[in-house]
Design a protein around this ligand. Structure first.
Ligand code: FEO
Ligand code: CA
Length: 673
């Protein structure tokens, strides 16, 4: 299928869905270690037989009957560690939280976050105003506490949906972007990046934004940043406006992220390829990079995606004019939330790929460890280990700690062990003969290097969350492109629509170990449909199971929470995306309970526990957009003028707005105890 076929396919109701579908075509050509793989002795045969029947039966059987009343949760033999009454599943225009909890809107797209910011005027948007207002599509949420009840909220703004953001515009990918004026492109660029601003908890226990803190700031696609680590200053990082290869404007497609132990904010650059343009296309209208000097690298990264018109007005996003600019995106960016004058830093030591997140932990040997998945079908799970141990001296923004270390990629062996393979120049195949002249090349072409090491191609690694005891949880969201002869022990289902979660136990409980063991915690989807091949704790209720795990968090008690992003496929479960409490220990291991659910068409991001787990931040991204043709009673694509929901304002003059929700217990106290 060509790009144009996908754009014009009525199945994809908005640009983001089409972008995702186009990305369904894997860019990893090195799939030898899965092709013909022996069916796993640990998990495979039973699932293979079931999955051969295909998951489409699930849709046919289940439909999208969102109005069906849930069953009562089964009486449980063992007691859940999560003390709340499960929310009933469903799908409607509002958000819902379990009884006894508040889920209040904290901040919405367009809300002013600096003292000088103008009030939001949706019909008269400008780039200047947007650069001082909360950006679009909130994804990662972090919090840097200054003192109890006060701190800096750090929020990523992943992408923009022009068809519900601007009046009278519609789907611009279908229109050749002809409606995308420079003014609109510049608003989009200002709506990307991140927001950092103070929030305070009042005497009534409610959090609110303090616009007046002078440290509040927006980070956008135009914010000046520096580049450090092995790739800084390399010729491949130089452009016509930066002959040093150490300075770059902006960060884009910031998906999930992390907070460092010293309270700085890490933003992960994910689908950066979509923002780059070319006028060089093949007979199908697809980008043709064959004449580019770095064609192999561009092809492996899917560059250029041409999903935004930015390259028509800003040469740096046009690879015909500025081919090295793509090498300056796809990194982890560190931001000092306390100092608005500190330029963010792109840390090239952590590798370049479609970083989903960057969750940190301090290993038992004192090293800083950061887990990060590469969110693409058949791409890899990574972790990074600092060279030095964390000390008081290096626990500061801009220290050397994030500049020097080893990036590893995961090989999940069939016997349940894991090997972390070092991406170090000069070791194994990572030599000049294979195109890697230095560590800079290894980091810029992380994917190509990992291919040579024989890493395990995964079912779209999303967020990964380490816990202090040497355990890590890996969210694998789905991979409908995996064929029956490509399954392996760690990715056991062909055509996986619902994903699974892997638990890693690092050797000796040490996150910096290069070996460990792994196990599948749950296989997602409806457990009552045999063909789906889902596996949950049998006590899981009809409301409790989910599809497409995406982001995750560990609370102060070490308990795991999962948020979902089914995209346009939520019709396969009939459920809105939500937040689930997933047991990892004891008799109830693999038991899941629904705590919060999104309005229709929204994806749930965050989640982030703060305030000793008395506060939980959730980010509802692109409400009212995904899969709205399956929304009973609406059954069409959303537009600015005619959206499936106007959450959270429900004002006829306002489209749906991505917003951060703050969850607290009605009578205060720690969540779910
Ligand atoms: Fe931006 Fe992988 O979700
Ligand atoms: Ca995500």
């Amino acid at each position: 299928m060509s790009r144009d076929d996908i754009i014009n396919d009525p199945e994809y109701g908005n640009k983001a869905e089409a972008f995702e579908a186009f990305d369904d075509i894997p860019t990893n050509p090195h799939l030898d270690n899965t092709i013909g793989a022996v069916i796993s002795r640990r998990y495979g045969r039973r699932d293979m037989l079931r999955s051969m029947l295909g998951v489409s039966a699930a849709t046919a059987l289940f439909g999208t009957s969102a109005m069906v009343a849930p069953k009562q949760a089964a009486a449980m033999g063992a007691e859940s560690r999560y003390k709340f009454d499960e929310l009933a599943w469903g799908n409607d225009t509002e958000h819902h939280i379990a009884d006894g909890y508040n889920a209040d809107i904290l901040v919405r797209w367009g809300d002013p976050i600096t003292a000088d910011a103008p009030e939001f005027d949706v019909m008269n948007q400008t780039a200047e105003a947007q650069a001082q207002q909360f950006g679009y599509n909130n994804d990662y949420v972090g919090f840097a506490e200054v003192e109890p009840g006060r701190g800096m909220l750090c929020v990523n703004h992943e992408y923009t949906n022009e068809e519900v953001m601007f009046p009278g515009l519609g789907r611009q990918d279908r229109a050749g972007f002809e409606g995308m004026t420079k003014e609109l492109v510049d608003i989009e660029m200002a709506a990307h990046g991140g927001s950092v601003f103070e929030i305070v908890k009042g005497d009534d226990g409610k959090w609110s934004v303090n616009r007046d803190n002078p440290a509040n700031r927006r980070i956008t696609a135009n914010t000046e940043m520096t580049i450090d680590g092995p790739a800084a200053g390399h010729d491949r990082m130089k452009t016509s406006y930066d002959d040093t290869g150490t300075k770059v404007l902006g960060t884009i497609n910031n998906c999930a992220g992390g907070m460092t132990p010293w309270g700085t904010y890490l933003m992960a650059e994910e689908n950066f390829h979509g923002y780059f343009w070319t006028d060089t296309v093949d007979a199908d209208g697809d980008p043709d990079v064959s004449a580019q000097p770095e064609a192999a690298s561009m092809e492996r990264y899917g560059v250029p995606g041409r999903w935004y018109a930015w390259g028509q007005y800003h040469d740096r996003f046009n690879i015909d004019k500025e081919p090295n600019e793509v090498n300056r995106f796809g990194w982890i960016v560190e931001v000092d939330p306390m100092n608005p004058d500190a330029a963010p830093i792109k840390h090239t030591a952590l590798g370049r790929f479609r970083h989903e997140g960057a969750e940190t932990t301090v290993a038992s040997d004192g090293k800083l460890v950061i887990y990060s998945g590469d969110d693409n079908r058949f791409d890899y799970q990574y972790k990074w280990v600092s060279a030095e141990a964390v000390t008081e001296e290096n626990s500061v923004f801009g220290s050397n700690l994030l500049s020097d270390g080893t990036l590893y990629v995961a090989r999940f062996n069939e016997d349940g062990t894991i090997d972390w393979l070092a991406l170090t120049h000069g070791e194994g195949p990572l030599t000049a003969e294979n195109g890697f002249g230095s560590q800079a090349d290894v980091m810029i072409d992380t994917r190509l290097a990992a291919d040579l090491l024989g890493a395990t191609p995964m079912d779209r690694p999303e967020d990964a969350q380490p816990r202090g005891d040497g355990t890590a949880y890996i969210m694998l969201t789905n991979n409908t492109r995996r064929s029956a002869d490509q399954v392996d022990a760690a990715n056991p289902r062909p055509e996986s629509s619902f994903g699974h979660i892997i638990e890693i136990k690092e050797e000796g409980g040490n996150h910096s170990a290069t070996t460990g063991t792994w196990d599948i915690l749950v296989k997602c989807g409806d457990p009552t449909i045999a063909e789906v091949g889902a596996e949950w704790n049998p006590e899981t209720s009809e409301s409790g199971w989910f599809g497409s795990p995406d982001n995750c968090a560990i609370d102060a008690d070490g308990r795991l929470w999962i948020s979902t992003d089914q995209g346009s496929n939520w019709g396969k479960t009939g459920k809105s995306d939500g937040l689930y409490a997933l047991e990892t220990e004891g008799e109830l291991r693999g038991h899941s309970k629904l705590f919060f659910r999104c309005p229709v068409g929204g994806e749930l991001c965050g989640p982030y526990f703060a305030d000793n787990s008395q506060t939980l931040f959730l980010a509802v991204q692109h409400p009212g957009t995904d899969g709205t043709k399956d929304f009973v009673g609406f059954e069409r694509d959303s537009t600015f003028e005619d959206p499936a929901t106007r959450w959270p304002d429900f004002d006829p003059a306002m489209p749906p707005r991505p917003s951060v929700v703050v969850v607290t217990k009605e009578d205060g106290g720690v969540i779910a105890v």
